[in-house]
Design a protein around this ligand. Structure first.
Ligand code: ADP
Ligand code: MG
Length: 257
């Protein structure tokens, strides 16, 4: 008998985490256990990075948190419905141009046209695609499509961003720019985020906490508080402490396959 529950209470006491996983697990319908019971919470305004080998259950975890995949054990509490999800592959509507794709989520949320236009203009600018507003997805590179997908997610300033390797297809320079933009947006909009990445340096740059996962079976190996997390005032980070953290994560991952 399964006692798994996903609750979304409407109480929003500020001190409570936005997401709480308590002994959550996932066994797919074919009997494969993708994630063994784990605990994790995501605080308000906190960015949690998830790193780990392919197949360790990262996507499964954020899909469960977003309500896109059922949990099969434990309890998952999410204290907001205002979330945006950036999928591993950019999911754009082929017949809509960049602007129209970016405005879509805000439109579905019922945001009025003028506000939606303003929000989309800013988001498109943020991802550096102002010159491509009228382009259709097939006219864009993979990296550009990913940026459209990101612009769509940030239009409407959600409480919670779920991001599944959103920058993996970008070149190094664009990737660094997007990381900086994401942190700039975080300082202004104060969202929480779960951010999956294969890049240790990206996990360390963006995360207040780093979740290091392991596979076979999929599980959380360690949750590490950043010694120098992103700050609201954008003050300089302790690069040395971050490099040490990166090295530590790298050592953990070496044994995670
Ligand atoms: P990651 O994102 O860390 O690469 P996933 O969460 O995508 O890992 O997948 C975790 C494990 O669950 C993998 O072994 C994958 O093959 C398996 N899996 C994913 N989706 C399904 C599904 N719908 N049915 C059965 N197994 C699945
Ligand atoms: Mg994945």
């Amino acid at each position: 008998m399964s006692t798994a529950t996903l609750t979304t209470p409407d109480t929003t006491a500020a001190a409570e985490p936005l997401i709480e996983f308590a002994q959550v697990e996932k066994t797919y319908s074919n009997g494969f256990q993708a994630v063994t019971p784990f605990d994790l919470s995501v605080g308000r305004g906190e960015i949690v990075s998830l790193v780990g080998p392919s197949g360790c259950g990262k996507t499964t975890i954020i899909r469960m948190a977003a309500g896109l995949s059922k949990i099969t054990g434990g309890t998952l509490t999410r204290r907001t419905d205002d979330l945006a999800y950036v999928f591993q592959d950019p999911t754009l509507l082929a017949w809509r141009n960049v602007r129209s794709n970016v405005e879509l989520v805000a439109k579905l949320k019922g945001v009025d046209k003028a506000t939606r236009r303003d929000l989309a203009t800013r988001a498109i600018e943020t991802v550096g695609l102002s010159a491509f507003e009228k382009a259709l997805p097939r006219q864009l590179s993979g990296g550009m499509k990913m940026r459209v997908s990101l612009a769509r997610a940030i239009t409407g300033a959600p409480d919670l961003l779920m991001m599944d390797e959103p920058f993996a297809a970008l070149d190094e320079f664009t990737r660094a720019t997007m990381q900086a933009e994401l942190l700039r947006l975080w300082r202004v909009n104060d969202f929480s985020a779960m951010f999956i990445t294969h890049s240790i340096s990206e996990a360390v740059t963006l995360g207040h906490r780093i979740v290091v996962m392991a596979s076979k079976p999929g599980r959380i190996q360690a949750v590490i508080d950043s010694p120098s997390p992103p700050t609201k005032d954008g003050s300089p980070r302790d690069e040395r402490a971050l490099a040490e953290l990166g090295a530590h994560v790298s050592t953990l991952l070496a044994g995670a396959h």
